[in-house]
Design a protein around this ligand. Structure first.
Ligand SMILES: [Zn+2]
Length: 306
């Protein structure tokens, strides 16, 4: 009888671990320790891990076709917002948002957007109050799990936010919904966002170019499948807005006061700095401006030749 109970208990524990095992990792309590926990697997043994400290002075100059952000300015209808115990993430988009160009040779589609408070990447050792990750899957692969097993499987656009008196619109809309997801009881339960929202509200311009390097996911499994694109333009957020996220609960009702991984060894990886040749106006607008200028030149020449 006792043995039977013991067996049942073991079975329950094993079942529990197999269901929630992958979520049983955490960020350190930085007030209590300087030691970052070992997350296991590639997180501890990999050699192209993220985030890293980025520096313009150590970067290699790159020149690529401009990025094309398709549908990022389209209004998203009722996307899901989820507290997964490690971040808040937006997903289930009704619009297909795709990224091509830059150093990417395939087409990538947006899978989710999530936030880190404070930033994971640092620029010349300077940390930012917040970083958004727009996670894209290479459309060669059927789903994000398959994409994570290929080194060209995932592209993440990292958007850094600097402290300002000016609130960020996109982040403000997430904050309006935090009350529905902030309790530990709500972990894993998505809610629908009713406000009108589009991804361009997180990064309204892209004129300063970007830094790009080969890296990994910054949470377990730490898959080394990511082409990182960290925008050089940074965008305003107020510290009051950032503080709203520090009240979100993780497992056991503990506050998720921050959710950034320590910077990892660079291991001689090339970091490219790319300045976009033109503005970030949509390609169609650039094409029509070009053809307008072309028409004026043709008109002028034909006038001169008359
Ligand atoms: Zn992230």
């Amino acid at each position: 009888m006792v043995n039977g109970n013991l067996l049942t208990s073991f079975a329950v524990i094993l079942l529990f671990q197999s269901v929630v095992g992958s979520d049983h990792w955490s960020y350190p309590d930085r007030n209590a320790t300087n030691v970052f926990p070992q997350w296991g697997g590639l997180c501890d043994t990999g050699n192209r891990q993220s985030p890293i400290d980025l520096s313009l002075s150590g970067a290699l100059k790159g020149n690529f076709p401009d990025f094309e952000f398709h549908n990022y300015d389209k209004t998203l209808t009722s996307p899901s917002l989820l507290n997964n115990g490690h971040t808040v993430k937006l997903s289930n988009f009704n619009v297909q948002m795709t990224l091509t160009g830059g150093p990417l040779t395939d087409k990538f589609i947006v899978e989710e957007v999530h936030l880190h408070w404070w930033s994971e990447h640092t620029i010349d050792k300077i940390r930012y109050p917040m970083e958004a990750h727009i996670v894209h899957r290479n459309t060669r692969y059927a789903n994000i799990t398959e994409a994570a097993s290929h080194k060209n499987g995932i592209a993440v656009v990292g958007v850094l936010f600097h402290a300002s008196n000016e609130a960020n619109k996109g982040i403000g809309k997430i904050i309006e919904n935090i009350e529905f997801i902030n309790s530990a009881d709500e972990i894993g339960k998505p809610v629908k966002i009713e406000q009108k929202l589009n991804l361009r509200e997180f990064f309204p311009k892209l004129s300063g170019g970007y830094l790009s390097y080969p890296g990994s996911l910054t949470t377990p499994s730490c898959a080394e499948a990511v082409t990182w694109i960290v925008l050089l333009d940074t965008f305003p957020v107020t510290l009051d807005q950032v503080n709203e996220f520090k009240g979100i609960e993780t497992y056991g009702g503990k506050k998720l006061t921050d959710n950034y991984r320590d910077v990892q060894k660079k291991n001689n990886r090339p970091v490219l700095v790319v300045h976009q040749e033109s503005s970030d106006a949509p390609a169609s607008l650039r094409a029509s401006t070009f053809s307008l200028i072309g028409s004026i030149v043709v008109l002028y020449i034909s006038k001169v030749l008359q």
